[in-house]
Design a protein around this ligand. Sequence first.
Ligand SMILES: Nc1ncnc2c1ncn2[C@@H]1O[C@H](COP(=O)(O)OP(=O)(O)OP(=O)(O)O)[C@@H](O)[C@H]1O
Ligand SMILES: [Mg+2]
Length: 332
Amino acid sequence: MDEKKCLIVDQGAESIRAGIVPDASPTFNTPSIMEGTKLPLISKNNITSFDGLESIWLNIFKTLCLDPIDNDCFFINNGLTPLSQQRTFIEILFEKYRFGRVLFANTLITTLYSTGGDTGLVLECGYSNSQVLPIYRGYAISPGTVQSAIAGFDCTEFLMEKLQMLEKTNITLCSAKDIKEKYGYVRMSKETEAKEVVMPDGKKITLNEELWKCSELLFNPTSFSIEALGLAKMCFKSIKRSDIDTRKDLYENIIPIGGTACFYGFNSRLRSDLQKMCPSMNIVVQDQEDKALTSWIGAYVIACTEVFSKLTINKGEYKERGTNIVTRFLMY
Ligand SMILES: Nc1ncnc2c1ncn2[C@@H]1O[C@H](COP(=O)(O)OP(=O)(O)OP(=O)(O)O)[C@@H](O)[C@H]1O
Ligand SMILES: [Mg+2]
């Protein structure tokens, strides 16, 4: 039996989640910011400070009691990290921390493993990006990738600006994010709901359109004069780029993931918008229990199978090919 430990890290732009197999969900969660500051460690898909990231890794090793030497690590992220940074990444993991085996994967791909199926249209709506990838019988249809730079951060910023105008006070991004996650929702029809919201200073105010407009950005960006595709249009475009024989199965297996997909009403609206675009199709949007953790759980499923050792890069391969080996990473 393999006694090696496997560390799984989902390195997102808003938060970093980690855990060690056989724990089936991450036991470590921290914001992706430089220790003691508010500076982001990942900005526009670029790692801003490897030192800052490493101090988080050291914290992970300590908290999870992991000595990296000769153990395995499995890093997942949204797949948009530049190749040059992936090279630095693998160099640090092998040379400095001396991991035995390393695997990098895209969260859109690991997601599918958490569903138990092999076909689906994965729609990730995270912190700074939204993206769609069709996967058919285990194969990612890369030309079907559709991306947009509208995601959770934009929803928070929009709400913050609205609240600042309304309250004439300097509400922070952090407070706006809390209000968004607690009271925000996706509108289904013209009928909307006013809600009493408790502000950070304890004051109660009634909000209405602010609470759904912040998510409307995702579904209908052009109505805010933002040049981007709405989420349903992204899915539609992605499926249209896939082979005609795969389309029915993709429409019947739409899998939203990421923190921003946790907005109340997200799945129903996505389904309804897509149904209007393709009335003859049966649209099924899968409901994941915790959309923010789905990709980590998929990575855990991979780590528990024999496939894992076939996909990983080991020390010997790294020594032979150096950082060029990054191009062999699983489906980037
Ligand atoms: N209940 C909720 N309703 C609406 N938005 C939410 C909710 N929970 C989390 N979010 C938003 O999800 C976003 C973070 O998503 P997620 O955790 O998927 O990002 P990440 O993995 O850190 O980053 P990346 O985009 O790089 O994958 C934040 O903008 C956060 O405010
Ligand atoms: Mg993520």
